[in-house]
Design a protein around this ligand. Structure first.
Ligand SMILES: [Zn+2]
Length: 88
């Protein structure tokens, strides 16, 4: 199984993934408990920091984390925010 790297997780939490990338990550998260845990931990860490507008999609990213018995994860269409801090 090809696990997305930490950069993909961070981009997801920053809303920097394309809808297609978000959907792919969502599918992977449903199948991979390790990445689910990693994203949850990353989201938790980010949630401890004051949210800025660039992190407004944190809730959307959390929606990607599947819960037992929940509806399939969805990612908002066309959401693509710049995340200069994560691009270097
Ligand atoms: Zn994985």
């Amino acid at each position: 199984m090809n696990c997305p790297g930490p950069g993909v997780m961070a981009a997801c939490l920053d809303g920097a993934l394309t809808p297609a990338e978000g959907a792919r990550l969502g599918l992977h998260l449903r199948a991979c408990a390790r990445c689910r845990k990693a994203l949850e931990e990353l989201a938790f860490l980010l949630a401890l920091e004051p949210l800025d507008p660039g992190r407004a999609s944190l809730r959307a990213a959390k929606a990607l984390i599947p819960q037992a018995g929940a509806t399939p994860p969805r990612f908002p269409d066309g959401q693509r925010l710049p995340s200069p801090a994560l691009l270097h």
